[in-house]
Design a protein around this ligand. Structure first.
Ligand code: SF4
Length: 622
């Protein structure tokens, strides 16, 4: 299965293919770009590659829906070769939701086939005249008409593509939401895997690109194939024999509903409260009673996609985030109903977290008289019709398709105080009235309020929960380095580590066997992670030339409106102390008190040229 050999004669690389596929849809041009080992070592893959390409190649201020915006699909050096939870792909672009850097990762056979086709990344620019899909079969790359696919759901489009290209392909596609430029449209694969929360699916739609199909038949060259194979077997065994494996297989992330409710952090009614009186109706045990099977990403032996039959008799793949956001956050207390909304979102290509936020916001706006003919809390039938209206931008759905930040700017009435987003990205499913560390993690996440970079909440509730301490700042940064740095650049799933205690020390060993290069864990986290963070921050600052620390604040609700229910009733975040926490965070990162990396920080991270460019837009502290 593993080949030993060279990819580029002039540049010995194992693990990486050393090639980026370039596609210009306006001109119909296709090219292959080689990159060197220095680039590979410095940015590793995934988010690292995407951030560097977008920083270098995008003109600041461009419209995310313009042909000049670029869509980057980027894998890592372990993608496509068997390894724990390594079948993922980063999808990135300038976000139409936030106006800043946006990315997400998606578990898909497309990641595996892209690498086996000989590419580590694909960069797509321009706009096709008519709807098309891209087909990559090793060296054979074609831009094909998507007539007959445009308008189809993500499930149907993938099915149709497989009828033409066979089942042994990897497909990523958008649904009607992406076609209609819904600002939180995602990219979907395999009827339930989704990625690109900050509207990366809408960027695809703006390019008239319905899908990308990969079929790769080559093998990625490895430096030490036998050592790699042995290591991988040990890794899979570690995961399977871990203490929590049995329960994980039963509930996966759905166990978090009960945990969040017990700890008063389950988002309820647009993050007004942290407990939901009907949580038992949507928790992991309710799931077990309905569960049909498990699904998940390629190369994963702890698959977390829980498939149930929804109220309409269709399969729906549930996890914690989508159930909390389409359940407790909007007052829906039946898992079968949540499953319907979730399946519709996947079919239409809508991000479930942003959708749950937007519906919750609309329900509160209706209650407060700011939306006429809106929607009441828990109104399942109306929610169903609104989900479709959002994807097709019909009526009120057209307004809701803009996402919470834009929506609140349009309806006014003080709604910005309970518009639950950071930097324009709607908040993932953790209420932060009583957990300042998690609020800081959301506030400083490089794509806006997403949990993937620093899920510190589990640690936080077990320690000095309500404290504003240096220890919390350090933990947020430690997690951002591991999760947002190493895992997003490797494009490996963080869940084996965070959920089942899989040892981080395994990753430098896997990398050594795959690439032949020695990386310490420190280099993968505090060097690579900090470099990528500084680069992404530079991207944001170049875009938002009025940059100030106000961009790094959680929503006013958590400071102004205490919880009213449960053991933490009366509690809320303290604004002054949060501000101190933010200053401590900046200091620890080597950023100034505006949240802008210092010149010396850029230099230390090997980003001197980034500092020089950024200085044209904003003054840098030494
Ligand atoms: S644990 Fe879940 S998200 Fe992670 S790789 Fe496995 S299936 Fe994918």
């Amino acid at each position: 299965m593993f080949m030993k050999g060279l990819i580029n004669e002039s540049d010995i690389m194992y693990g990486w293919n050393g090639q980026i596929l370039r596609v210009n849809l306006s001109e119909g041009k296709i090219a292959v770009q080689k990159y060197d080992a220095e680039f590979a070592k410095k940015f590793l893959g995934g988010r690292g590659f995407a951030a560097k390409i977008l920083w270098d190649e995008l003109q600041p201020g461009l419209d995310p829906f313009s042909p000049e915006n670029k869509l980057v699909l980027a894998a890592g050096p372990l993608t496509g070769i068997p390894g724990p939870s390594s079948g993922k792909l980063v999808v990135a672009s300038k976000s139409p939701l936030t106006g800043g850097y946006g990315d997400g990762n998606i578990g898909t056979m497309a990641a595996v086939h892209m690498r086996k086709a000989g590419y580590d990344a694909v960069v797509i620019e321009g706009k096709a005249e008519k709807p098309v899909y891209l087909c990559v079969e090793n060296e054979k790359v074609s831009i094909n008409s998507a007539e007959g696919l445009w308008g189809q759901t993500t499930f149907d489009a993938e099915r149709k593509i497989k009828e033409v290209h066979g089942r042994n392909v990897g497909v990523i596609t958008i649904g009607p939401a992406g076609e209609n430029l819904v600002r939180y449209a995602t990219i979907v694969s395999q009827e339930g895997r989704a990625g690109g929360r900050p509207g990366i699916g809408a960027v695809m739609g703006s390019k008239n690109l319905k899908a990308v199909v990969f079929k790769g038949t080559k093998e990625v060259s490895l430096a030490e194939p036998e050592a790699y194979r042995k290591l991988v077997t040990e890794c899979y065994n570690d995961i399977k024999s871990s203490q929590g494996y049995g329960f994980w297989i039963r509930q996966g992330t759905m166990m978090t509903i009960e945990w969040c409710n017990e700890n008063s952090v389950l988002p309820t009614n647009n993050f007004k409260e942290g407990i939901f009186e009907y949580y038992r109706c949507i928790d992991g045990y309710s799931l077990e009673a309905m569960k049909l099977k498990r699904r998940g990403c390629p190369n994963c032996n702890m698959q977390c996609g829980n498939v149930v039959i929804d109220l309409e008799g269709r399969e729906s793949e549930l996890d914690y985030e989508n159930v909390a956001m389409l359940g407790s956050n909007i007052g829906i207390n039946q898992l079968g109903k949540v499953a319907v909304l979730n399946r519709m979102a996947d079919e239409l290509g809508l991000d479930t977290i942003s959708l749950g936020n937007t519906l919750g916001f609309a329900m509160e706006a209706t209650e407060k008289g700011l939306l006429k003919d809106g929607i009441e809390w828990g109104d399942f039938e109306k929610a169903k019709s609104l989900v479709e209206d959002i994807a097709y931008r019909r009526g009120l759905g057209d307004l809701l398709a803009e996402g919470v930040m834009h929506l609140s700017q349009k309806i006014g009435g003080g709604s910005e105080r309970w518009a639950m987003h950071v930097k324009g990205l709607e908040i993932s499913a953790y209420d932060c009235h009583t957990v300042p560390g998690m609020a800081l993690a959301f506030a400083t996440s490089p794509i806006g309020a997403h949990h993937k970079d620093a899920w510190v909440i589990s640690w936080e509730v077990k320690t000095d929960r309500e404290g504003y301490t240096q220890q919390k700042v350090d933990k947020v940064i430690e997690f951002q380095r591991i999760r947002g740095g190493m895992f997003e650049c490797l494009v490996s799933c963080r869940l084996p580590w965070i959920e089942l205690g899989f040892k981080l020390e395994r990753y430098p060993k896997l990398l050594k066997a795959a690439t032949g290069l020695t990386f310490t864990l420190e280099e993968l986290t505090s060097v690579l992670g900090d470099r990528v963070y500084a680069l992404i921050r530079a991207f944001w600052i170049r875009e938002k030339q009025t940059w100030s620390r106000s961009y790094d604040y959680p929503p006013a609700r958590w400071f102004e409106e205490p919880l009213t229910k449960g053991p933490y009733a009366g509690k809320r975040l303290d604004k002054e102390r949060f501000d101190e926490l933010l200053s401590m965070y900046y200091e620890a990162r080597g950023w100034d008190n505006r949240g802008i990396p210092r010149k010396s920080t850029f230099e230390k991270l090997g980003l001197t040229e980034v500092a020089s460019t950024l200085e044209k837009y904003v003054s840098l502290s030494d």
